[in-house]
Design a protein around this ligand. Structure first.
Ligand code: TYD
Ligand code: MG
Length: 465
């Protein structure tokens, strides 16, 4: 358990001293030191991972598989990403660009959890209580069980947690919280680390789940100490493009569930709405039989998602043609373009190439290579990809198609969405045992072969003019 120690903290500069002094040795002010009791972590005794878990050695077969009772989360997409509910005493870090919807998601979570009658505490260090109220009104939240505390002072936040004994605590954001006991300024690495440590210990010892919002730096990493990600049980990223309404909640670390799970939401007028069938949503605005469009079946964690890859090639007016990638990796685009030029003899050297994944999704898997290549070739030759065809496969440097993982799941998803044919690497078809009924699985050894199957004759195709 946490020990306490007494420190004398300067009210001007915040530095902490072991004994009382008339003059603060750091800032030189007189009579500013005030006695404070500070919780000190017991050295070498980290808090138990799951509160209440036995600490004696147990034979493996006797250990229950999922020995913790989870708090159910009625938001399905969020629940899945968390591993099927919230583990009491677990600490979840949610991160993402400003304005992406972190506060909205957490306030919605608080509301559904409070509906069961338990009190939920939302600590806001960035917005005033009135601002939270405005958001709650927009979301239609009226329950009296969501308690809002607009405070940034760690000691007082912890005191309120102990007093109200909430079921769940949200701290938005961890960078805004500061402790008197630490001399460096709010938002500094030491502050973020030490404040999180103290909150984490409280969560573990009192077994309430704690959600921390973490800011990201310009490069997209969680601001503050890297150690934050190691300390918490679960790290979630809320992603999406500002001007697209889709939001992806991705788990990159989860001690209580599988990582790489993805929840899909849409930012609507009244908060984030779950997208139960993402493939359908991503394909909703597709123009069938238009040149430059191909459907890829990508995996987001264990979940297959069909996405439309669009490409546009147009004669360049520059000495060096431009390549623009949106939603696909730029270097991957260069590689695929090079393979198309060299192995398929596509004339792309004097063409600008723009590639875009519809819906603001980021596709990082090499399994989408074939669809990217088909979309580019389709635009360059003005021959549409057949509308009933989905494509899966990695493109190798010799122009060969390489097999990818989790093919059965991808095929099922394509069949579910009404595709009748899927083009996959030939090697993969041999291993395939039971393709879904009504789905024709076509195999190609090389990119050249694949394009011959995929591209239709240059008919009077919609959108190709
Ligand atoms: P917010 O949750 O404040 O983002 P973060 O906490 O990650 O910074 O979300 C802000 C954006 O979401 C803002 O641009 C407005 C938009 N929004 C909606 O579109 N609908 C809504 O119901 C709400 C509450 C916000
Ligand atoms: Mg916010």
């Amino acid at each position: 358990m946490a020990k306490t120690k007494t420190r004398y903290v300067c009210q001007t500069c915040g530095s902490a001293q072991a004994k009382w002094m008339g003059k603060c040795p750091d800032c030189g002010e007189w009579n500013t030191l005030v006695e404070m009791v500070i919780q000190e972590p017991a050295p070498g005794r980290p808090a138990a991972l799951v509160a209440g878990a036995p600490t004696t050695p147990q034979p493996l077969p006797d250990i229950p598989a999922d020995g913790y009772e989870r708090i159910p989360v009625p938001i399905g997409e969020l629940s899945r990403v968390l591993g099927g509910g919230i583990v009491p005493g677990s600490v979840v870090l949610i991160s993402g660009d400003p304005g992406i919807g972190k506060s909205t998601l957490l306030l919605q979570l608080c509301a559904v959890l409070a509906e069961d009658g338990g009190k939920v505490l939302y600590v806001s260090g960035e917005e005033s209580a009135a601002q939270i109220k405005l958001r709650a009104e927009r979301l239609g939240i009226t329950t009296p069980n969501v308690l809002v505390l607009a405070d940034t002072h760690l000691e007082s936040v912890m005191a309120h947690i102990e007093k109200t004994q909430p079921r769940v605590v949200v701290v938005d954001s961890v960078q805004s919280i500061y402790s008197d006991a630490i001399s460096s300024g709010a938002g500094s690495v030491t502050q973020v680390r030490d404040c999180s440590t103290q909150l984490l210990r409280l969560a573990k010892s009192q077994t309430f789940p704690l959600f921390l919002v973490g800011h990201v730096t310009k490069e997209g990493a969680i601001a503050g100490p890297r150690v934050l990600e190691h300390m918490v049980d679960t790290v979630l990223y809320l992603e999406g493009e500002r001007f697209h309404s889709f939001r992806l909640l991705r788990s990159v670390k989860n001690r209580f569930g599988s990582t790489n799970e993805v929840g899909v939401f849409e930012m609507a007028e009244k908060g984030l709405v779950e997208v139960r069938n993402p493939s359908e949503a991503f394909l909703a605005e597709r123009l069938p039989n238009s040149a430059g469009s191909a459907i890829a079946v990508t995996m987001e964690g264990t979940r297959p998602i069909l996405v439309e890859v669009q490409a546009l090639t147009s004669a360049t007016s520059f000495a060096q043609p431009r390549r623009t990638a949106n939603g696909v990796d730029f270097n991957r685009l260069l590689l695929i373009t090079a393979v198309l030029s060299k192995r398929v003899r596509a004339r792309l050297a004097d063409q600008d190439i723009f590639v875009n994944v519809v819906g603001g999704l980021e596709v990082q898997e090499p399994a989408a290579d074939l669809a990217i290549a088909a979309a580019i070739a389709s635009s360059a030759r003005n021959r549409p990809v057949a509308a009933d065809l989905a494509l899966v496969g990695e493109v190798g440097l010799s122009g060969e198609l390489r097999s990818v993982g989790q093919l059965p799941r991808r095929l099922n998803e394509a069949a579910k969405l009404g595709f009748t044919r899927v083009l996959v690497p030939k090697t993969a078809t041999r291993k395939l045992e039971h393709p879904p009924a009504g789905l024709q699985v076509l195999g190609a050894r090389t990119l050249r072969e694949a394009l011959e199957i995929a591209l239709m004759p240059a008919a009077a195709a919609a959108g190709s003019g």
